[in-house]
Design a protein. Structure first.
Length: 363
């Protein structure tokens, strides 16, 4: 049994437990996870005893290469995706159809219901995403390689960076170097934020030069194959100020303690509380306004979420970011982020870019 067949088998168990006759997978990332097909504009119908991919002729050859043996329904030129999908569902005799509530639009839901008046559409939540949260060994290997590519790109950029470079130039160089070392590209548009702009957790690169402040925040990741990494490091272009030193050491202490708390059975909210408690005790609780981290995999943001009121227990095979931060509007922000694998006995940090205070200094 292939890895994708095993995933579909586990999903069928979820479908049965949800008491629907089938699930229509409309999230293209979920389709990729379940089939290995890397295209888009395709839906997957998963029933108790089979699967069928609804696609079009553009992908016929690609599908033969990526998922041989998968049952296909190829829509004809000019035929609407909705019509083909409805026909497939009718032939499968699905009376209760699960749909992905977080993926399917209201418009598509209503249009599909009109085509299938005798079929009851049941919204479902996170059936595939729940499976994706726990990575198999091949997924872990892909994420590990994405972390390596991110590290190589960062090292190359850091070695050549100059004070007159702009945020945008650093971002562009990260993209180039990631591809040069074997990645498909970056996981997302990188955040390169100089000085006060680093107080924006998702600030976009501008023409501001690194020399216009003593420090810069760099948040980036590489996409290798279909999987991603996600890291954050700080650069200091001048001297390490007492304020920067104090805040950085608090953030680093919070991050290391939270990583140490990661193990199977730990609750997401408990790990978040470890870091948040250290930052709050230091007097910066109000300056840490986001969750501690999130899962990564095929997407940059996946389940689980390390944040408040998330009682989900960590499981071996999950990969999460740990990224505490302290932000002061007008001054800047400091964030440190790594990717961490939950192992049967604890955890493994997959990212190994140096992060001690002295490592922030640019020569």
């Amino acid at each position: 049994m292939s890895v994708h067949e095993a995933r579909r088998k586990r999903l069928r168990q979820q479908v049965r437990a949800t008491k629907v006759d089938g699930l229509l997978v409309t999230n293209f990332v979920n389709v990729t996870y379940l089939t290995g097909f890397t295209g888009d504009d395709s839906y997957l119908l998963v029933t108790h005893d089979g699967v069928q991919l609804v696609t079009d002729m553009r992908y016929t050859t690609q599908l033969e290469d990526e998922c041989p043996g998968l049952k296909l329904q190829v829509r004809s030129p000019g035929e609407k995706m909705l019509d083909t999908t409805a026909d497939v569902i009718k032939r499968a005799k699905v009376d209760r159809l699960g749909v992905e509530a977080s993926s399917m639009t209201v418009g598509l839901n209503n249009a599909l219901q009109e085509k299938l008046p005798k079929t009851k559409l049941e919204p479902t939540e996170d059936l595939v995403e729940g499976l994706r949260a726990v990575k198999d060994k091949d997924e872990v290997a892909a994420i590990r390689l994405a972390c390596h590519h991110a590290k190589r790109a960062f090292e190359a950029v850091r070695a050549a960076v100059t004070p007159t470079m702009t945020e945008s130039q650093v971002a562009a160089d990260l993209e180039y170097q990631a591809r040069r070392f074997g990645a498909k590209g970056l996981s997302f548009e990188p955040i390169v934020a100089v000085g006060a702009r680093s107080a924006l957790p998702h600030g976009r690169p501008t023409q501001l030069q690194l020399a216009e402040s003593d420090f810069t925040l760099v948040d980036w990741g590489a996409r290798t194959g279909q999987y991603v990494s996600d890291l954050t490091r700080m650069w200091v272009t001048g001297k390490i100020s007492p304020k920067f030193r104090k805040i950085y050491e608090v953030v680093l202490q919070a991050q290391l303690a939270a990583i140490d708390a990661i193990r199977p059975g730990s609750k997401c909210e408990e790990v978040d509380a470890v870091a948040r408690g250290i930052i709050t005790k230091a007097g910066y609780g109000k300056q840490f306004g986001h969750g501690l981290g999130h899962g990564i995999g095929l997407e940059v943001h996946e389940a689980p979420r390390l944040t408040k009121q998330q009682a989900v227990e960590l499981q071996s095979g999950m990969v999460v970011t740990v990224e505490p931060g302290i932000y002061f509007p007008g001054w800047g922000g400091i964030r440190i982020e790594d990717d961490v694998l939950v192992t049967p006995s604890g955890h493994e940090v997959l990212t190994d870019v140096p992060k001690q205070l002295d490592d922030c200094l640019l020569s």
